[in-house]
Write a protein that binds this ligand. Structure first.
Ligand code: C2E
Ligand code: CA
Ligand code: CA
Ligand code: CA
Length: 277
């Protein structure tokens, strides 16, 4: 009977897994997750390299599934895109951020940048402009400056996306190219699109400080950003050496575990923002 119990256990685990896979791939799980408050948002501080003062945060979504546990955003964003659920998911993100605004405002200086990741398919959605307008109307005055982050992939998606970029720019929002250097970089697009920031992927940053590997690509990217008059943000900064190197090299902003992990607004306020600067 021990064996039977074991078999039943394995079978039910398999069935459960199968059931979840079906639900995940059909998108119902994401919609259910929204309804059941399984999603949350964490904020990672972004600092200037010169003085290491907090200049803003990047909002990052989290999904804690009751059966599966934490599901990484890389995974569920991909699901959401494939299933046409990016719009409801991003609207949900906006509503979570709006709830955190009083705490964020207490914690961050006026003019702080509020970084939000946008998926390429959202830029093509009919509701894109109204989604953004609706969100911005709930921000307190001009306290925060919206910084919209998009991967290089978005640039390859055609004219609708270019129109959305131009609209964002006209509205006065900042736009960042995320994960720069990792995608199918078409450098020509950097001139055609109104980008304000280049975010340098952590893959490049991790090469800093390894004596034998000084990345010529990183050097080239920094020179390129300078020539294009774009400001730079280094992500994935994990050591003091990397932070010092970036400051010396004239990179404007940085973020990473060395400077602060992504945490809830509550925790950001209780712990991080109470530190003397
Ligand atoms: P990303 O936009 O490039 O976000 C930076 C990722 O690097 C985050 O992973 C962050 O937790 C991680 N990170 C920060 N500092 C360090 C560090 O020092 N070392 C290392 N190894 N990692 C660090 P996360 O939160 O797992 O997000 C992964 C990706 O999922 C994001 O990459 C972004 O592309 C996507 N994502 C997350 N939240 C959202 C969202 O709300 N909307 C959309 N469209 N995409 C999102
Ligand atoms: Ca990002
Ligand atoms: Ca990134
Ligand atoms: Ca990334």
């Amino acid at each position: 009977s021990l064996l039977a119990g074991l078999a039943a256990g394995i079978l039910s685990t398999l069935l459960c897994f199968y059931y979840l896979t079906i639900r995940m791939s059909s998108g119902r799980e994401i919609l259910a997750g929204i309804k059941r408050h399984q999603f949350s948002v964490v904020y990672q501080p972004v600092l200037d390299t010169q003085h290491q003062h907090v200049k803003g945060v990047e909002a990052l979504m989290r999904w804690h599934h009751p059966a599966v546990g934490p599901i990484p955003p890389d995974v569920f964003i991909q699901y959401a895109e494939a299933q046409g659920l990016i719009v409801p998911l991003t609207r949900h993100l906006f509503s979570l951020i709006v709830k955190d605004l009083p705490v964020l405002q207490q914690c961050l200086p006026a003019g702080a940048k509020l970084g939000i990741n946008l998926a390429p398919s959202h830029l093509k959605a009919a509701s894109f402009q109204s989604d953004i307008t609706q969100f911005v109307s709930q921000l307190p005055g001009n306290y925060f400056k919206l910084l919209l982050e998009m991967t290089e992939r978005a640039m390859l998606e055609g004219d609708e996306v270019l129109e959305s970029f131009n609209w964002l720019h006209e509205q006065g929002f900042d736009i960042a190219v995320d994960d720069f250097g990792t995608g199918h970089s078409a450098l020509i697009y950097l001139q055609r699109f109104p980008f304000d920031y280049l975010k340098i992927d952590k893959g490049f940053i991790s090469t800093i400080g390894q004596e034998t590997v000084t990345s010529p690509v990183l050097d080239a990217v920094l020179n390129l950003a300078q020539r294009l008059k774009m400001e730079t943000v280094a992500e994935g900064v994990e050591t003091a050496d990397q932070a010092a190197w970036l400051a010396k090299r004239g990179v404007t902003y940085m973020q990473g575990y060395y400077l602060g992990r992504p945490v809830s607004a509550q925790r950001l306020n209780e712990w991080y923002c109470k530190l003397p600067s």
